[in-house]
Design a protein around this ligand. Structure first.
Ligand code: CUA
Length: 313
């Protein structure tokens, strides 16, 4: 289903349909562009003012009824065809397929959280089985975000306080980019995700394993998965580079200068405070943009995250 004329491969049937509309409009527009510009240049040369004829009057053409009818009717028909064809594909793309799995998408600064119907949730990655239609029900916890799936030719804004929807039919296995397409703050460029389309057997295996794998992990390993799951790594690196927020590498036990002039030691208390009440102590040089994770992370989860931060030396 790769289209030679499309920059991005088409991952679904609707993507192919959308490409076809786009190609059709482009080809028809190019035809009329060259027709009109060609005639313009031809007439300009054919009827140019020649030497010796400067004094002659222009012939007096008033109007040509037939010609005027033709150039009103033809373009009107062309744009009506654009509209009808485009509308048919638009209707197809925005009509939910029967039997789709409903996935809640919650956008926050600066990550996407995906909630499956059975209660499992993922951050940054959405796994779906191939061939089964998906309905995304999307809302934002803070500002306006967007969800863009270039390979599916689908894009929709995500708004706080209301739901917007996208329907997709993942026809091909593979991993596809998700981008945020509204400038939502300093971490906008890091707000990305992946749509992973799995063979149905593989998906069932993942769905079965995903449920209680976390409980069995040692705390620092669990903390590592939580950092990924809650999108922390979108803003905090673990390799020493500063992103939207300070790096977590070597953070534990270090002396941290704060915006309010204090210098504190990054002990358990400070790390916990920074997770549940991030505004209480902003590290010098960083913006106050982190959302609170109070109520989303249990005390056990926070302890696990701190245990993992301690290992990042
Ligand atoms: Cu979210 Cu840009």
């Amino acid at each position: 289903m790769t289209n030679a004329y499309a920059v991005q491969e088409a991952a679904s049937r609707s993507a192919v349909q959308i490409d076809a509309v786009f190609l059709f409009i482009t080809v028809v527009s190019l035809f009329f562009f060259f027709l009109v510009e060609g005639l313009l240049i031809y007439f300009a040369i054919r009827y140019r003012r020649r030497k010796g004829s400067e004094g002659l009057a222009t012939s007096e053409v008033k109007s040509n009824f037939l010609l005027e009818i033709v150039w009103v009717i033809i373009p009107s028909l062309v744009v009506i065809v654009f509209f009808v064809y485009g509308y048919m594909v638009y209707r197809d793309v925005t009509t939910p397929a029967p039997g789709s799995s409903d996935i809640h998408v919650i956008a926050r600064q600066f990550f996407f959280e995906f909630k499956h119907p059975d209660g499992r949730s993922e951050v940054g990655e959405l796994r779906v089985p191939v061939g089964k239609p998906v309905k995304l029900m999307m809302t934002s916890r803070d500002v306006i975000h967007g969800l863009f799936l270039p390979s599916f030719r689908l894009k929709q804004d995500i708004l706080p306080g209301q739901y917007t929807y996208l329907y997709l039919q993942p026809d091909r296995e593979g991993s596809y980019d998700i981008f945020c397409t509204e400038y939502c703050g300093v971490g906008h460029s890091t707000m990305r995700g992946k749509l992973v389309v799995l063979a149905s057997g593989e998906y069932a295996k993942w769905a079965a394993a995903g449920k209680d794998a976390q409980a069995a992990l040692p705390p620092s390993e669990k903390g590592k998965t939580l950092l990924a799951k809650f999108g922390c790594l979108g803003c905090h690196s673990t390799d020493g580079t500063a992103k939207v927020g300070p790096t977590l590498k070597g953070l534990y036990g270090s002396r941290v200068p704060l915006e309010d002039g204090r210098t504190v030691e990054a002990d358990e208390g400070f790390l916990k405070e920074s997770i549940v009440d991030p505004g209480a102590g902003i590290v010098k040089g960083f913006p106050n943009v982190m959302p609170t994770f109070k109520g989303q992370l249990s005390d056990d989860d926070i302890a696990a995250i701190i245990a993992h931060i301690k290992t990042l030396k």
